[in-house]
Design a protein around this ligand. Structure first.
Ligand SMILES: C[S@@+](CC[C@H](N)C(=O)[O-])C[C@H]1O[C@@H](n2cnc3c(N)ncnc32)[C@H](O)[C@@H]1O
Length: 229
C-alpha cells in the first residue's frame, strides 16, 4: 500500500498556542497524578488506575474540561476517563481537578480513536460521552467526523451491557448523522421515542462550545441511547 492510503484520517486539528502557568503546572507537575500514558497495545487496568472498582465513564474531546470537571465533582461515586489532544485544555482540567482534590478523574492526551482500539478493554465502560464533537461542516470533510459506523461499533464493544451513549451537538446535520448511525446499530436503543432527541439533561453541564453555538443562534440536540447486547 502507498503511504497515502495508510495515512489515518484524524477527527481533530491540533490547536496550539501559549500555555498559561496553571496549564503548564497541570501538564508537567501533576501529570503523574492525573495523566495516563497508554503503552503500545497494553490494556489499561481501570480498577488499578482509579484504585477502586467504581463504574467508569469515558468522555472524548472535553475541550477546556470545565463540563467534565463539574460532572466529576457532582458524581463522586463514578470514575471519569477523559481523552483530549488539546494540550491547554488537558493542562487546565488537571490543574482544576487538583484544586478540587478529585480522585475520580484521569486523563489521556492521545488520539481517542487509537486509544479505544488499543488500550480499553471490552465491556469495561458504563458510559460514553461526546459533547460538541468537531462538526466538520463541509461535505468533503465529513469523513473526518468521529461518529462513524465503525467507531460506534467499537464503542458498543467497550460498553457494558446496559451502558449508555450520550452525545450532543449544535450542528443539525451532524445530529442527524449521529442519530442514523446509532439507529443502524442493533445494540443501541433510544431512551426516548424512536428518532427523537432530548433537551439537555440536568446532569450535563453547559460546555464552552455549546455557549459559543448559543451566541451564534445554534440549536442543541442531545441523544441518549442504551447499549443492549
Ligand atoms: C469542538 S471541541 C468541543 C470541546 C468540548 N466538548 C466543548 O463542548 O466545549 C471538540 C474537541 O474534541 C477534541 N477531539 C476531536 N477528536 C479527538 C480525538 N480523536 N481524540 C481526542 N480528542 C479529540 C478536539 O481536540 C476538540 O478539543
Amino acid at each position: 500500500m502507498s503511504e497515502k492510503s495508510t495515512h489515518k484520517i484524524q477527527s481533530f486539528v491540533r490547536r496550539s498556542g501559549r500555555l498559561s502557568a496553571g496549564q503548564k503546572f497541570g501538564l508537567n507537575e501533576l501529570w503523574s497524578q492525573y495523566g495516563i500514558d497508554p503503552v503500545a497495545e497494553n490494556t489499561i487496568d481501570l480498577d488499578s488506575i482509579f484504585k477502586n472498582k467504581q463504574a467508569v465513564i469515558l468522555e472524548i474531546g472535553f475541550g477546556n474540561g470545565d463540563s467534565l470537571l463539574q460532572m466529576a465533582i457532582n458524581e463522586p461515586e463514578r470514575n471519569f476517563l477523559g481523552i483530549e489532544v488539546y494540550e491547554a485544555g488537558v493542562g487546565r482540567l488537571i490543574n482544576e481537578a487538583y484544586k478540587h482534590g478529585l480522585t475520580n478523574l484521569k486523563i489521556i492526551k492521545e488520539d481517542a480513536v487509537e486509544v479505544l482500539k488499543n488500550n480499553i478493554a471490552d465491556n469495561s465502560l458504563v458510559g460514553f460521552q461526546l459533547y460538541f464533537a468537531d462538526p466538520w461542516h463541509k461535505k468533503k470533510h465529513h469523513k473526518r467526523r468521529i461518529v462513524q459506523n465503525e467507531f460506534m461499533h467499537t464503542i458498543s464493544k467497550k460498553l457494558i451491557n446496559g451502558g449508555f451513549v450520550h452525545m450532543a451537538t449544535d450542528w443539525e446535520h451532524y445530529a442527524e448523522q449521529m442519530m442514523e448511525t446509532l439507529e443502524a446499530h442493533t445494540h443501541f436503543k433510544n431512551t426516548t421515542t424512536a428518532h427523537n432527541y432530548l433537551s439537555r439533561p440536568e446532569r450535563r453541564p453547559i460546555t464552552k462550545f455549546e455557549r459559543r453555538g448559543q451566541r451564534l443562534g445554534h440549536g442543541v440536540w442531545d441523544m441518549i441511547f442504551t447499549n443492549e447486547k
